[in-house]
Structures are given as structure tokens and as C-alpha cells.
Design a protein around this ligand. Structure first.
Ligand SMILES: [Zn+2]
Length: 174
């Protein structure tokens, strides 16, 4: 093999390497996570009332524990929508000693396959597959239990085994 062909082959290798890097980069850009759909109309977080803050990891029980989810202000009986394509896995029971409150456990499919969303104080309409934005349940009235609280649903999100700030699903957009 001459020195020239050797250099030429090295050049080809470098070009192929560069091509693969660019290809992988563009695939990762195309596959960037889309933003989840709002799960209620006019979605707003519960920031502060006499019961505390509804933000993720807000202090609870005088600092003994942290809030595991994000609270979203709702009127009782409002529609709840699927945040992305997925499956309603099961019903959840927020309070062991109070069966009147229910919840929805929702697992994503496709690009959201790693995500599980729990929505408390909402009655689900069905189990099984749901499309992004599909009507999946109705909010309940939490003021029957805590009369002075800002009525809300409580949303917990897991990505794999990690509990994450639900704001991330909506990219802090409300
Ligand atoms: Zn909460």
C-alpha cells in the first residue's frame, strides 16, 4: 500500500466518523421531548394559601417532609385530560381512611414511556389507552375535607425511578 492511499483511507475514516456524529446529533435533536398537554383547562399552580405552598418539594409538617407533587387549582367537577399518549393503569386512593377521594395513575407510551403521572382528587372515567388531550376524568371537591383550602388536584410525576418536578413536563410554562 502506498503512503497516498493510506492517507486517503484515513481521510475517509475521519469523514465517516464526522458523518456519524452529525447523524446522531440530528437524531437526538429530532427526538427532544415534546411538551405535555395541560391536564385541566386554564392550568395554574396553587402557590400559597393558609395550608402552605402547592409547589414541588414545599415544606410539609413543619419541615418533616416535602410535598411530593405539584398542586393545580381547579373547580370541582372540571374535566381532566391526558398529558400525553399513554395508558390509565389503575385508580389510586389518596387517603387510606377516606374512600370518597380517588386518583388516576397514568403511564406514558412512545417518547413518554419512562413517565408515570399520578393525579389525586380526580375520578377516572375508564382504564386503558388514552390519547394526549383526551378527557379521562373529573376533578373532586377537596374543600369538603379541608374547607379553607384552595381547591386543587395534586400531580406527582416519576421519570423512571426518580420523582421529578411536574413543572418539567410542561417546561415551566404556567
Ligand atoms: Zn399536593
Amino acid at each position: 500500500m502506498t503512503k497516498a492511499t493510506n492517507l486517503n483511507q484515513q481521510n475517509m475514516k475521519a469523514k465517516t466518523y464526522l458523518f456519524v456524529v452529525i447523524l446522531l446529533l440530528s437524531i437526538s435533536l429530532v427526538r427532544a421531548q415534546s411538551i405535555a398537554a395541560f391536564i385541566v383547562d386554564d392550568q395554574k399552580s396553587r402557590i400559597q394559601d393558609t395550608w402552605g405552598s402547592g409547589l414541588f418539594e414545599a415544606s410539609r409538617d413543619g419541615g418533616k417532609r416535602k410535598h411530593q407533587g405539584l398542586d393545580i387549582i381547579v373547580k370541582p367537577g372540571a374535566k381532566v385530560y391526558a398529558p400525553f399518549d399513554g395508558t390509565i393503569v389503575r385508580e389510586a386512593v389518596p387517603y387510606k381512611n377516606d374512600n370518597s377521594y380517588r386518583g388516576i395513575v397514568f403511564r406514558g407510551t412512545g417518547e413518554w414511556a419512562a413517565y408515570e403521572v399520578k393525579i389525586f382528587y380526580a375520578e377516572g372515567l375508564f382504564s386503558g389507552n388514552a390519547k394526549k388531550g383526551q378527557h379521562i376524568g373529573y376533578t373532586q371537591d377537596l374543600t369538603l375535607k379541608y374547607p379553607t383550602i384552595t381547591n386543587h388536584i395534586h400531580v406527582e410525576v416519576k421519570s423512571g425511578n426518580d420523582r421529578i418536578d411536574p413543572f418539567n413536563m410542561w417546561q415551566m410554562s404556567f
